[in-house]
Design a protein around this ligand. Structure first.
Ligand code: ADP
Ligand code: MG
Length: 396
C-alpha cells in the first residue's frame, strides 16, 4: 500500500474517498468523530498544494436524492474543523462538477454531494459501477482511499475508481490497518471481544470466524437475546432474530469445542416499552417474562463483564451494551466504556454507535488504544477477510 507521501500531489487533482457518514438528528450532526478523523489526510494534501475533491456518503439513500441525507451540513462542519474553506458541489457528475473542480486553486477543497444518491455507486452490476467510476476518475489525477468505514464494500467510489487512477492509502486507512493487522497477527493474550448493538445478523456472521482467534467473547446489547434464546431461555418482547437461533446454537457448540469462553448476561434491565421513561425492572437473564423487553445489561452482569475483562491484555469492543441513547438504559454501556478506559491493555473500540456512546459519556478517545471509525469494516478485518477496498490498493 502506498501512502500519500508517495504521491506527487502539488497542483494535481486528488480524489479522496472519505467516510463522513456521521449520525444526524433533526438536521444536526450529533457526533462529528468521523469528520475529525478525515482531517489529517485532507490537511496534508491541501498543505502540499493538491486540489482536493472529496467523495463520501451519508446514510442509505438507495440511489435516490434524499434531501435529509445531503452532505451540505457536513461541508460546513468540515470547513470549521479544517479551518479552511470547503466548496460544496450538489452535482456528482456532469459539467457543473467539472467546472467546480476546474475552479479549485492549489490547496482548495471541494466536497461532492452524497455519492450514494447515484444508484450506480452501490450497484451489484460491475459495469454500471464502472461507468460511475469513470465519471469520477475524470475529475482527478490520483485517488486516495481514506474511508476506512467502507473498505469492506465493493462500490464505485471505493474499489472501481481506485483501479482507474494512481492510488494511495490516506492517513486514516493506514492507521486503522496498522491496528487491525496487529489484532489479527499478534494479539497479546488473553484476547477478549465484547459484542453488542442492534445489528444482530450482521455480527453473528463474524462471531463464528472470531472463534478461532479469541479467548473470550462477551455478549450484551440487543444481540444477547438471540444468544439467551439459543441457550433455551425465554426473552419476552426483547429484540430477537428467531431465524438466527440455530446459527447461534452452532456457535455456542463450536466455542465449547475450541475452549473459547462465551460470557452471557446474568441479569437484564427490562422495560414495559421502548421508551426513555418506561416502567423498568432488573430480572435474571434466564427469566425475562412476556410483556417486558431487555434494554440493558444489569448490575451483576456489569460486574461479571468487568471481571472477565480485568486480566485481558487485548480487548476489542463493538456495539453498545444497551439502549444507551436513553439515560435509563445507558449504565451498562457506560460501565464497560469506563472499565476499558482504565486498563493498560490494548483496547480497540469499533462501531459507529459505540464510539458515539463513548463521546456522549465524555470519555476522551485517547483513553483507549484506538477508536475505530469502521464498524463493519473492522469486524471483517478481525475475521481475517480480505477487504476489497484495501486489496485494490495493494495491487495497483
Ligand atoms: P455499532 O454502530 O457500535 O456497531 P450497532 O449499530 O450494531 O452498534 O447498534 C447500536 C444500537 O444498538 C444503538 O442504537 C442501541 O440503542 C441499540 N441497542 C443496544 N442494546 C439494545 C437492546 N437491548 N435492544 C434494542 N436495541 C439495542
Ligand atoms: Mg451502528
Amino acid at each position: 500500500m502506498r501512502s500519500i507521501d508517495d504521491l506527487d500531489v502539488s497542483g494535481q487533482r486528488v480524489l479522496v474517498r472519505a467516510d463522513l457518514n456521521v449520525p444526524m438528528s433533526s438536521g444536526e450532526i450529533s457526533d462529528d468523530g468521523r469528520i475529525r478523523a478525515s482531517v489529517p489526510t485532507l490537511t496534508a494534501l491541501a498543505d502540499r498544494g493538491a486540489r482536493v475533491v472529496v467523495m463520501a456518503h451519508l446514510g442509505r439513500p438507495k440511489g435516490k436524492i434524499v434531501p435529509e441525507l445531503s452532505l451540505a451540513p457536513v461541508a460546513t462542519r468540515l470547513s470549521e474543523l479544517l479551518q479552511r474553506p470547503v466548496e460544496f458541489s450538489p452535482a456528482l457528475t456532469g459539467p457543473d462538477v467539472q467546472a467546480a473542480v476546474s475552479a479549485l486553486d492549489d490547496g482548495g477543497i471541494l466536497l461532492l454531494e452524497n455519492v450514494r444518491f447515484d444508484p450506480r455507486e452501490t450497484s451489484k452490476d460491475r459495469e454500471r459501477r464502472q461507468r460511475l467510476a469513470a465519471d469520477l476518475a475524470s475529475l482527478a489525477d490520483a485517488y486516495v482511499s481514506d474511508g476506512f468505514g467502507v473498505v469492506h464494500r465493493e462500490q464505485a467510489s471505493v474499489t472501481d475508481v481506485a483501479q482507474l487512477l494512481p492510488n494511495a492509502a490516506g492517513r486514516l486507512v493506514e492507521s486503522e490497518s496498522r491496528v487491525f493487522n496487529r489484532l489479527i497477527s499478534d494479539p497479546d493474550r488473553p484476547y477478549a471481544v465484547v459484542l453488542g448493538g442492534a445489528k444482530v445478523s450482521d455480527k453473528l456472521g463474524v462471531i463464528g470466524n472470531l472463534l478461532s482467534r479469541v479467548d473470550r467473547i462477551l455478549v450484551g446489547g440487543g444481540m444477547c437475546f438471540t444468544f439467551l434464546a439459543a441457550a433455551g431461555h425465554p426473552v419476552g418482547d426483547s429484540l430477537l432474530e428467531a431465524d438466527q437461533v440455530e446459527t447461534v446454537r452452532q456457535v455456542l457448540a463450536d466455542a465449547a469445542d475450541r475452549g473459547v469462553e462465551v460470557v452471557l448476561p446474568v441479569d437484564i434491565v427490562v422495560a414495559r416499552e421502548f421508551s426513555p421513561d418506561a416502567e423498568k425492572a432488573t430480572v435474571a437473564a434466564d427469566a425475562i417474562e412476556a410483556g417486558w423487553m431487555g434494554m440493558d445489561i444489569g448490575p451483576q452482569t456489569i460486574e461479571l463483564f468487568a471481571e472477565k475483562l480485568a486480566d485481558a491484555r487485548t480487548v476489542v469492543w463493538n456495539g453498545p451494551m444497551g439502549v444507551f441513547e436513553m439515560p435509563a438504559f445507558a449504565a451498562g454501556t457506560q460501565a464497560i466504556a469506563e472499565a476499558l478506559a482504565d486498563t493498560s491493555s490494548f483496547t480497540v473500540i469499533g462501531g459507529g454507535d459505540s464510539a458515539a456512546a463513548i463521546r456522549a459519556f465524555g470519555i476522551a478517545d485517547d483513553r483507549y488504544s484506538h477508536v475505530s471509525t469502521g464498524g463493519g469494516a473492522s469486524l471483517e478485518f478481525l475475521e481475517g477477510k480480505q477487504l476489497p477496498g484495501l486489496a485494490v490498493l495493494e495491487d495497483h
